[in-house]
Design a protein around this ligand. Structure first.
Ligand code: FAQ
Length: 320
């Protein structure tokens, strides 16, 4: 990232010291332009991920196997819409408009998490998403509750509580399937087989190939590197799969006594970058659906704006 405006050195060093002292930056505080831009990038991508992430699960609301499962899934998908909204609001405090963020998503300029470009083929995928995708999301996001930017850190506290509930509902779906018939257990295993590697990839490129990590860690936006968080997720999840009686689609997965961690096989980074660059199994479908929903919501945005204008005019008349 290049700095476009020369920034006073004393402001920059005061900022660095403030952040190093674990103090929170608030919207009206001075901040380096690169810090502002990197936060807009990360928070808006995070918001887009929540909104696009509603699609693979929304696909199963009408086909959930019971009323209880339908209620749980609807609540989860609604929570994700809420997370998107807190995050868009947090990004707006940095001076970017919601319209701009929407435009960047729909033009393909802004990214969203690679994981949401995979299809949900069976009900077991809803269990696997809750267990693995929310499990990975929490592992990555709990440290963001201590992020140096106040509005992002505060939004993450509630989001993590809700994600943790989502993870449990997913694991409970997997548990029921694994305790069910042979066919149900096969569905659970098939879902783990398909969602495991994409979940491992969610943490982003390995540290050596992560251009933003060093600066983001210095600014206390990130607290741990992509590989550290990935390892934490793997170590936690292997034990959970053992309890379910499921196995991983990775012959090289094994405990490394010396490191005190599980080793895994080679991650297919070609697949990761293919998906990130827009050519995964569902990228086009996700964007077409999002664009259609945005267009169909035009009248709602216009009506809300007209109503707000009317209220404002009434208040001004009453005050005059
Ligand atoms: N997919 O240098 P780094 C959820 C991009 S929410 C796509 O390592 P950074 C809830 C990265 O943007 C899931 N792109 O970057 C839910 C950058 O590209 P850029 C989302 C990826 O920012 C659950 C380039 O690669 N979570 O799941 C991915 O330091 C269930 C270089 O990477 C967040 O957004 C990826 N997986 O670290 C909803 C958490 N990874 O921008 C529904 C907040 C990397 O230069 C159902 N974000 N890239 O063009 C973060 O913690 C960070 O932004 C990382 C990436 C860790 C994602």
């Amino acid at each position: 990232m290049t700095q476009t405006v020369a920034e006073p050195e004393h402001l920059r060093s005061a900022f660095d010291a403030y952040v190093a002292d674990e103090k929170k930056i608030e919207p009206k505080d001075w901040m380096p332009d690169t810090y502002r831009r990197t936060l807009i990038r990360q928070i808006s991508q995070h918001a887009h991920s929540e909104i696009i992430g509603m699609q693979p699960e929304g696909n199963w609301i009408t086909r959930a196997p019971s009323l209880r499962r339908k209620v749980g899934l609807m609540a989860k998908v609604q929570d994700e819409a809420g997370h998107g909204l807190y995050l868009y609001s947090a990004a707006e405090t940095l001076g970017v408009s919601r319209d701009q963020m929407d435009a960047d998503l729909m033009s393909g300029k802004a990214k969203y998490s690679s994981i949401f470009n995979y299809p949900t083929l069976t009900w077991a995928d809803i269990g696997a998403i809750g267990w693995l995708v929310d499990g990975a999301a929490i592992t990555n996001q709990i440290p963001i509750c201590r992020c140096s930017y106040g509005p992002y850190a505060r939004a993450m506290i509630r989001i993590c509580k809700e994600e943790s509930f989502h993870q449990r509902q997913g694991y409970e779906i997997m548990m029921k399937l694994c305790q069910g018939t042979e066919e149900q257990k096969r569905m659970a295993q098939d879902a783990l087989n398909r969602w495991w590697w994409p979940s491992v990839m969610m943490f982003g490129p390995s540290d050596a190939d992560s251009p933003h990590s060093a600066q983001n860690m210095a600014w206390r936006i990130k607290r741990f590197s992509n590989d550290e968080l990935r390892q934490r997720f793997i170590d936690m999840t292997v034990k959970q799969a053992d309890y379910l009686g499921l196995t991983f689609p990775d012959p090289d997965l094994k405990w490394n006594e010396e490191r005190g961690h599980y080793d895994i096989g080679e991650i297919d980074w070609d697949e990761f970058w293919t998906v990130v660059k827009g050519n995964g199994p569902c990228n086009r479908q996700r964007m077409a659906h999002r664009t259609r929903a945005h267009d169909e919501g035009t009248w709602v945005r216009e009506a809300a704006t007209a109503f707000a204008d009317k209220q404002r005019a009434r208040q001004q008349q009453a005050a005059a």
